[in-house]
Design a protein around this ligand. Sequence first.
Ligand code: MTE
Ligand code: HPA
Ligand code: MOS
Length: 824
Amino acid sequence: MNKQTDAFIKHAADREQTAAIGTSLPHESAALHVSGEATYTDDLPELHGTLHAALGLARHAHARIVSLDLAAVRKAPGVIAVLSAADIPGENNCGPVLHDDPILADGEVLYLGQPVFAVIAESHELARRAAALAKSDDVVRYEPLEVVLTPAEAKARKQFVLPPLHLKRGEPAAKIAAAPHRIEGTFEVGGQEQFYLEGQVAYAIPKEMNGMLVYSSTQHPSEMQQVVAHMLGWPAHGVVCECRRMGGGFGGKESQSALFACIAALAAQRLQRPVKVRADRDDDFMITGKRHDAVYEYAAGFDETGRILGARVEIALRAGYSADLSGAVATRAVCHFDNAYYLSDVEIVALCCKTNTQSNTAFRGFGGPQGALVMEVMLDSIARQLKRDPLEVRLANYYGVGERDVTPYGQRVEDNVIAPLTDELLASSDYRARRAALAAYNAASPVLKRGIAFSPVKFGISFNVPFLNQAGALVHVYKDGSILVNHGGTEMGQGLNTKVAQVVANELGVPLSRVRSTATDTSKVANTSATAASTGSDLNGKAAEAAARTIRDRLAALAARELGGEPETVQFRDSMVHANGAAMPFAQLVNAAYLARVQLWSDGFYTTPKVHWDAKTLTGHPFYYFAYGAAVSEVVIDTLTGEWKLVRADVLHDAGQSINPAIDIGQVEGGFIQGMGWLTTEELWWNREGRLMTHAPSTYKIPAVSDTPAAFHVQLYRNENAEPTVFRSKAVGEPPLLLPFSVFLAIRDAIAAAAPEANHAPPLRAPATPEAILDALEAMVPPAATPPPDSSRAARHERAAPCVTGHTDTPCGHGRSTTGCKPG
Ligand code: MTE
Ligand code: HPA
Ligand code: MOS
């Protein structure tokens, strides 16, 4: 460790108060992250004899494999072995729920990019070169079959990976028909690549007596263990999976790390040598699934205030070639259509459309964003039809407290804070005054148009499959008083290990520097759930708290014997143990406990109370509680180029009583910007053959630091969880991803400002790329109706108002625009 890192850690330790919980302590690996010293799977020292695997990918989106002749691949330089489906001793499947995910294609390929064979070679580079021979007709010969790419095509053929989901309450059709006002329409939102900075990677090391150690960059070590064991035809106890940290997962490593774990383990078993497989970025894009894109058909009936009387939506999700987690994703989409709004009469249909594309999977929000987005678009359209402020229409539809508070799936909303949270944000962001100011700006600005929007979020916390809501932990107190904590959760940058360590430190009254989190390891805590559904700290924090409490109780009993008093009154703080008016150092008590033969380590286990779900009726109590938040975003668009910029964003988010405000604010900021990328710049595009053409950062645009707004005000809402979660905190990982709905809606607002005479909402699709923005503008202002005498783009640009706001308006030419107006 270098000097600076050392100094940073010392500084962090000095700043620690004993109240480790609720304090903005740095991420346990912050110093290592910034110095580059943090060890990821690919950084593990390679054992002597390590080989490298690469995958030969399908060239067709749907085809029968007529012949597979791997002789040429085997002869390629550095190649040790080439493996295909026939080499798999156990089950050729890495699917998490249904067994419909072949590890290597067998007889048929179902998407372009599907792995057909694995090359094992002396180096990563040589393996990749040999795997590229998959492009040759001499190696794989195909008979192309009919390709279905879009959800619309799949829906027309009733081609689904799982049966449709259908939830209905009340009489929506009758209510819509009888309503004084109605909207009806379609909408579409694109998918999203997780774009974890560390790609998929696994390193498998064969062990004696049919054992396999798999280092995997995974959110779900237990699943990797199970899938590898099935693939090898072994009992699970032969396989250990370990993950110290990921360079991001974002849902993309909840199930889909399995293929890579299986390939590494298969090759390691066959060759009895350590084997690593690391997908290059393009291959990662081509092989793995993404966020489900969706097309919607919706209808709603409403009154003069915009209050919805009846609503109907059909959400057609592109599942891809296999089921993966699509059933649970679709269920979460159904359970988030309501977002923060009471819907008395409602019908929601979700379709998991089977297409010849990558198998779409978990991505931050897990279907929730896809469910709620269309509701926000509908409310925006309702407001524009009524010529009301969309904010007022939202407020008119909010869930009530004690009334109008039952969700379509039958769970009562008992912890609703959306109204006071909204009030606070509207005041701090100065929404109403800014909205009025924008109208004046737009009236004077023919080319640049500004838009502002407010959007709320209510997000259900718990796995929507009840049995997954369980966790275990293991806490060791060593003789010197230092503490090691291990739990079933995985660290992907979100700060889970820091929070869990804070919980343990708090329980035992020591500073965080006394507690160390270790790698997630299936031989330490068994049968864990994925670190997902934002439940990492809720579940593992509670399990670790329970383990620490058991040890604390044992120590308290000893302290009471040594110092007098009752065990219940013993206090642990400031590295001291206080009892009966006296005190002794924690480490001294621990050593005494060891000599007295007191067990100084313990396990802990937690199951979330209250959750239940009926998958047939789509009703129950799927969520332990809800997390809330809201955002106000202001954008400026260039109506000539379709370029835009987020000028300011104000966010207020409910993380309950935060365990670590700095980490939680980081999650809110990151989730916001990631969600903004989904809705604006990130575009997945498959050509007619089903080849994903946007498979690298050159063509797939994730937000950069320059895309964060100059004014970005993110605050945590003062609240405590109504449920007794750890420290009464709330999960924070996913809900903020829905906050940048306000960015998308602000762009709609700016487009609407360009056509004040139009009586319909801008038909803006997501992502709102410049092309999408121009298309929407054109649909608002039919060329014939455009007032300027010369409506050519060049002429309109000549009339452009000078830049009035400095660098926040990139279309002025200081930023992305090359056809700039005259800087003022
Ligand atoms: N934050 C970082 N830095 N990296 C990630 O991969 N994943 C998100 C979120 N925040 C992610 C992240 C997703 S999809 C989930 S479900 C949660 O973190 C998981 O962690 P938690 O349950 O501990 O919040
Ligand atoms: N989120 C993430 N993963 C899941 C869920 C969920 O709600 N349900 C089942 N797997
Ligand atoms: Mo997060 S999508 O639940 O991994």
